[in-house]
Design a protein around this ligand. Structure first.
Ligand code: ATP
Length: 448
């Protein structure tokens, strides 16, 4: 629905207000007036009805900057400043002006005002669309969250998608860094181009150079043909450098050179090849500490972290646990044979109190095993295999830890082998009888 053409005017100067309102109305807009930002905030008429606000710059001098920032940034309104007295001196105008979309003085030519309002209206419409984003669709998954912190991440993803600014995603393993990188790519104008993900820690030092930059035939023993590297292959799209903190220091220099020149040389070639890629990188390690240790270059960090997205660990997303678990359940239960219709409330409580060291990935795996193995209508707490690892509980004994690891191994092996006991037993290197006995001992299989 298009935004109404209504302007909020905030000034206690009645004479100038009247002039301003007349000019606004002459452009076919309606106007709503308040004496101060506090009066306007109290009425809470904003967000759905208003698109543009005009604030009197002189009056803003007396308002604490924090209040002003909160007021201006919390609304999906585009704010303009009006200067009522051009002769007056205002000490912090520059700072305030940065929060506003433009500043004009009175009297103002009506066609100029018309243009200012039309421009601001366009921006307000975009801002409102972004402000209302509360989910992201990626890889067939709808990422949702009840938490303002996460909704801000969704908005940031939308905002950064269409720039080429390098994005660095920080977060523990399994928090969804690659998914967010994909979302940035999918929503960008590069979405028709390739998305190439490279695990910088996944290759030997000898290999990663040629994996990233490519090589010519004969560049090294075994290089029997020319090979295009991942950077070149990502041209026109997005290169996702996962685990960037694990990249060998020598290669960091080469990567930096590429980021500065936007061109690469394949191994054993002197030809410069121009490459147009958007870089998204991710790491779970503390890069500041790595810089202090000398294992990561500060200049490279500065090239990569123009925009930083911090993904919180799942244990800090308690408010999202139920939403996420139900979403994962719905998704998986349609793909695997499943008797359960959902979670028992004790299971949800358990999930909320668990610390999820493996984050969303761990949740996915635990729910997957519970779905496959559960033989009741609701998934019970013990089906998740985390009863012994509750937060605040005392550390497990060696026997308990061994038992939990054994149980998890059996579950994982069964899932991998489609619940086939013979194949699972073979993979674990035990007889069928032993496997069956162990699975019964851990309540994974019901015995007669
Ligand atoms: N909000 C979510 N809803 C459903 N699945 C999710 C969500 N977030 C992440 N996942 C899934 O969790 C798994 C881990 O996500 P991802 O690989 O993006 O994490 P990561 O932080 O990049 O992990 P790592 O650091 O180990 O590479 C993937 O299977 C992903 O699809």
């Amino acid at each position: 629905m298009p935004l109404p053409r209504r302007v909020v005017v905030i000034t206690d100067d009645m004479a100038q207000r009247a002039i301003l309102v007349d000019s606004i109305r002459s452009q076919g807009w309606s106007a709503e007036c308040y004496d101060s930002i506090y009066a306007a905030d109290n009425v809470m008429l904003f967000s759905s009805l208003d698109s543009i606000g005009i604030l009197c710059i002189q009056e803003l001098q007396s308002i604490p900057l924090k209040d002003l920032e909160n007021f201006i940034c919390s609304k999906s309104i585009i704010w303009l400043g009006v200067v009522l007295d051009v002769q007056a001196e205002w000490p912090s105008t520059a700072h305030i002006a940065r929060l506003l979309d433009g500043v004009f003085s009175l009297p103002i030519d009506s066609s100029l005002l018309g243009e200012l309002l039309a421009n601001a209206y366009r921006k307000a419409s975009i801002k409102k669309t972004i402000h209302n984003i509360d989910s992201i669709h990626v890889d067939g998954i709808t990422l949702k969250s009840c938490m303002p912190e996460f909704k801000r991440i969704f908005r940031l993803v939308h905002r950064v998608s269409n720039s080429k600014a390098p994005v660095m995603i920080l977060g523990e393993s399994g928090t969804g860094k690659e998914l967010i990188a994909r979302a940035i790519h999918d929503q960008s104008s590069r979405c028709m181009g390739p998305f190439i993900a490279v695990n910088c820690g996944g290759f030997s030092n000898d290999l990663i150079q040629s994996e990233l930059f490519g090589h010519e035939k004969g560049a090294f023993t075994g290089a029997t043909s020319q090979q295009v590297g991942h950077i070149e292959a990502a041209s026109g799209g997005t290169l996702f450098l996962d685990e960037i903190g694990d990249l060998n220091v020598n290669l960091q220099v080469n990567l930096l050179r590429f980021l500065e020149s936007n061109s690469i040389q394949r191994l054993s070639s002197s030809q410069e090849i121009a490459v147009d890629v958007r870089i998204v990188s991710a790491t779970h390690i503390d890069l500041d500490a790595a810089i202090e240790r000398g294992s990561f270059r500060l200049d490279l960090l500065h090239r990569l972290n123009t925009v930083v997205i911090h993904l919180p660990p799942l244990r800090h997303r308690k408010a999202d646990i139920e939403l996420l678990a139900n979403q994962v359940f719905e998704n998986l239960s349609s793909r695997y044979p499943c008797r359960a219709r959902g979670f028992h409330r004790d299971t949800i409580a358990l999930m909320k109190s668990y610390h999820w060291p493996g984050n969303v990935r761990e949740m996915l795996n635990r729910i997957k095993s519970a779905i496959v193995l559960s033989d009741s209508d609701l998934i019970m707490p013990d089906a998740l295999g985390i009863c012994n690892t509750l937060e605040n509980s005392t550390p497990p004994s060696l026997n308990e830890a061994r038992g939990a690891a054994e149980r998890q191994l059996i579950i994982n092996t069964l899932i991998k082998n489609d619940n086939n006991i013979a194949r699972s037993a073979k993979e674990m290197g035990v007889s069928r009888v032993t496997f069956y006995r162990l699975a019964k001992k851990h309540n994974i299989i019901k015995g007669e």
